[in-house]
Design a protein around this ligand. Structure first.
Ligand code: SDX
Length: 428
């Protein structure tokens, strides 16, 4: 048997399937003809062993703790390239030239204004509505105001719609925050960079002008870059599946936002802060939190720990952990939650339950400490994850819709229900 085929022996027959090899040498069995040849389907709940697509955007090696966007290591991008430059890389496969970046920035500025009729939508949400629900709703509603992405004319549409989404998501997020605190909305400005504009829309006020701090802008750029893409995670899979039915881009992204809001996914960054605060308030201790996380009878999980792919330290968490102290020092912020987080990490990484299961801090474990230091309220933490992940979702969606072999996503199942039976007379 060659190294390029896999053999399956079933019911007295031998079947051969080709081995596909990725550009980093990872291998998979191409079972595209499995059911036709054998009558079998595979069973892999939660797709733990299943590659759903071929993709050239992001590469992760979970054992080595490697993350690269189009081959560039995250460690070289973070802190060196802005989020706008990284978004351009994800959308186009290369970093922008000076002119391309200027053009992209002009477009981002041009598309930053929300249609004035949409501003009134915010009046309809109840006070206290979670900003992720507002964001998912408003992004979906964009399709009623702006031309949907016409799959037949992808080029100009996708660039326009992608740029509009990446720009306007800031405005929507900031407006949702201002609405939640009863302050007047602050409109985007043409003279501010991507992150500075967002911070200004969030924190400027008629009675207390917001002074833009370059260190805070740098910290936000770093965090958004680190969240920009992560291959076939739960929300990206949702985007690909929904998009495969030729749903317009806005509705597709709205579904991604909903998936990301889950506490096991992007919602974990807010849950980490809740967990740290419980320890700070002495309603929990580090040891009691670890004991609960290990207790199979307790549904509690150590938030910000563990990962489906990383069975080593999440490289993004390592960068954020290192940046935490520097950024808090620069901002002259002292946050006791950072000390608690470090104590929690130190004890967990010495505890055999976590060591045996390869459970390490993930991107959500320390990110909230920095968001908190730059003034982002905790119920906006997952919104920040959305701002970062948006270009990645769009890039993955575009790769899927531009695949000439694309088909609507429709997995099989293993049926476990009742065998054939006939309806009883209705109980009248
Ligand atoms: C993100 O996929 C991505 O790329 C996601 C993401 C991205 O950028 O898009 O990286 C962003 O979602 C990061 C993850 C944020 N979520 C959390 O921090 C929530 C806490 N983590 C867990 O829910 C969990 O670790 C997951 C959801 C992240 C991963 O779930 P898996 O793959 O089902 O976990 P596993 O199969 O590796 O678990 C193995 C064992 C199990 O115990 P046993 O059955 O072997 O006894 O480890 C246990 C799990 O119960 N376990 C945990 C744990 N995570 C796994 N036990 C306690 N606390 C945890 N956090």
């Amino acid at each position: 048997m060659s190294a390029n085929t896999a053999e399956l022996n079933y019911a007295g027959k031998t079947y051969r399937f080709p081995i596909v090899t990725g550009s980093e040498g990872e291998k998979g069995i191409d079972i595209s003809t499995l059911r036709r040849d054998t009558g079998l389907v595979t069973y892999d709940s939660s797709f733990q062993n299943t590659a759903s697509c071929r993709s050239s955007i992001t590469y992760i090696d979970g054992e080595q703790g490697i993350l690269r966007y189009y081959g560039y290591p995250i460690e070289e991008i973070a802190g060196r390239y802005t989020f706008v430059e990284t978004a351009y890389l994800l959308l186009h496969g290369e970093f922008p030239t000076k002119e391309q970046r200027a053009q992209f920035s002009r477009k981002l500025n041009e598309y930053s204004l929300l249609h004035e009729d949409m501003v009134h939508f915010f009046d309809g949400f109840p006070r206290g509505a979670h900003p992720m629900h507002i964001l998912s709703t408003m992004i979906n509603a964009l399709a009623t105001f702006y031309p949907n992405v016409d799959l037949l004319s992808l080029k100009e549409d996708i660039d326009t719609s992608a740029t509009r989404l990446i720009s306007i998501v800031r405005t929507l997020a900031a407006f949702a925050y201002k609405k939640s605190i009863g302050e007047p909305m602050v409109y985007p400005r043409h003279d501010l960079s991507y992150c500075a504009n967002f911070l200004n829309m969030m924190f400027n006020s008629p009675v207390k002008p917001y002074k833009i701090d370059a260190d805070i802008v740098d910290a936000l750029n770093l965090l958004l870059v680190l969240h920009a893409d992560h291959e076939q995670n739960c929300s990206t899979t949702a985007v690909r599946v929904i998009g495969s039915a030729q749903v317009n881009l806005y509705a597709t992204i709205s579904a991604g936002i909903s998936a990301l809001s889950g506490p096991l996914h992007g919602g974990a960054n807010q849950e980490v802060m809740n967990m740290l605060r419980q320890i700070q308030s002495r309603s929990e201790t580090v040891d009691s939190v670890l004991a609960r996380a290990k207790d199979k009878k307790d549904p509690f999980l150590l938030m910000g720990f563990g990962h489906r792919i990383y069975k080593s330290y999440d490289p993004r968490a390592r960068i954020i952990r290192e940046m935490c102290a520097k950024i808090l020092d620069k901002l002259h912020v002292r946050d006791p939650l950072l000390d608690i987080a470090r104590e929690l990490e130190e004890k967990a990484l010495k505890d055999e339950y976590f060591v045996d299961r390869n459970l390490y801090p993930n991107v959500d474990f320390y990110s909230g400490i920095i968001y908190h230091a730059i003034g982002i309220p905790e119920d906006m933490f997952t919104v920040m994850f959305t701002l970062g992940r948006l270009p990645g979702w769009i890039a993955q969606w575009r790769e899927m819709v531009q695949d000439k072999n694309r088909k609507i996503a429709r997995p099989r199942q293993i049926y476990t229900g009742p065998a054939l039976r006939h309806c009883p007379e209705p109980h009248r």
